[in-house]
Ligand binder design. Sequence first.
Ligand code: NDP
Length: 477
Amino acid sequence: MTIHQNLIAGEWVGSDATKNINPSNTGDVVGEYARGSVEDTKAAIAAAKAAFPSWSRSGILERHAILRKTADEILARRDEIGRLLSREEGKTLAEGIGETVRAGQIFDFFAGECLRLAGELLPSVRPNIGVEITREPVGVVGVITPWNFPIAIPAWKIAPALCYGNTVVFKPAELVPGCSWAIVDILVRAGLPKGVLNLVMGKGSVVGQTMLDSPDVHAVTFTGSTGTGKRVATASVEHNRKYQLEMGGKNPFVVLDDADLNVAVEAAVNSAFFSTGQRCTASSRIIVTEAIHDRFVAAAGERLKSVVIDDALKAGTHIGPVVDETQLKQDTDYIEIGRQEGAKLAFGGELLKRDTPGFYLQPALFTEATNDMRISREEIFGPVAAVIRVKDYEEALAVANDTPFGLSSGIATTSLKHATHFKRNAEAGMVMVNLPTAGVDFHVPFGGRKGSSYGSREQGKNANEFYTTIKTAYTLA
Ligand code: NDP
């Protein structure tokens, strides 16, 4: 099998390889991908540093053309790349293709942003002096990504980094290197000069850590677990480096007595279980008021019976497998913890056998949960959700906000008063009314607050806050 190599200073290098395994069929090797070393990572950082002076001064049309060409190729190859994504990560083909399209749209958006770079011109408080406020690239950006969105998250970090004139060292999650390799290959063929983008696949503890320890990495954008995020923060403070963290969630979805039951059930089931619950914006706490509680639980149970869990690539599959054995164990451990804590497993939670060996788990819905249980406080990151019964809207809001996290928050209601109050008072970066907590647009800010995020927002035009630094220049007229 050919090894997909790392890209360092414009050369494809590396012979040590890791197998990329299909979680729907563990006998299927998706490909072999290079495993970078400390030396590889240092060489990649040096290459990005050397490429910075020229790339940071490159013309906006050059950057626009490269990002635009990349967008076009990703979109043209959506079926093939989407299939690769589903094969390596386990989300359904529709979800894999959807995520690939989103990555293409993100490159397209930032191709446009290259042409919209702007500054401000102000009069000084002193006569005859003008003040210019401009944005300049930060330098070498370290991009560290998780396994659950193998193409969208790399796209929403790499596209703005390049758009604003930074150079990049990119370390994707070891579990899903396929889509990352594909977009780097596309960017290089689209005309990116040598060293501007370097790909170092391999272990976080080796490649990621070397990036964090380097004084030549001027900014790190990270999405992943809270534990690794804290490492990024500590190391970045040490180097006085800019950093941005998107981490875990324990997103609430509130269902009020006046909700449209169908809307509430669809949004809750989608939030909790689609993409196998492996979304940072997934809802794992479904907070339901008294009068609708029993009807909601019955309808959600019925809805879950119609959900097909199978090979991600099979037509008709609604939910694919869990990503790997470690994550599957974490999910089943939490199901056991929920039982022991006294919550009632109302639906699912069983391991499933399918035609091929894979990590299949039936979505698990707990009822009679309380907000102080571990299943309500800790991120599980799988198809496991708990229904928490509350008296009224006020209690629902209090429970929704009683969490160390603050990424996304949802409500199902037909009351304008409650929807408006919830939008204003939910302690989260994103709020959804009568919509799933997951599923966001690519052209608007993405991010959270409290323990979920740190730093400025990703995506949309607000991305420039992280990928640029402001300069204020004064000129005597
Ligand atoms: P991890 O934190 O384990 O890994 C994230 C990335 O960090 C991977 O590339 C990993 O490499 C790397 N890494 C690991 N150790 C180090 C280190 N010492 N130094 C530098 N980099 C390191 O998270 P997961 O991949 O398991 O992703 C799941 C988590 O991501 C969940 O908690 C989820 O909530 C969160 N997430 C948050 C999102 C958000 O926007 N808020 C979106 C998506 C996910 P390797 O793979 O080689 O270990």
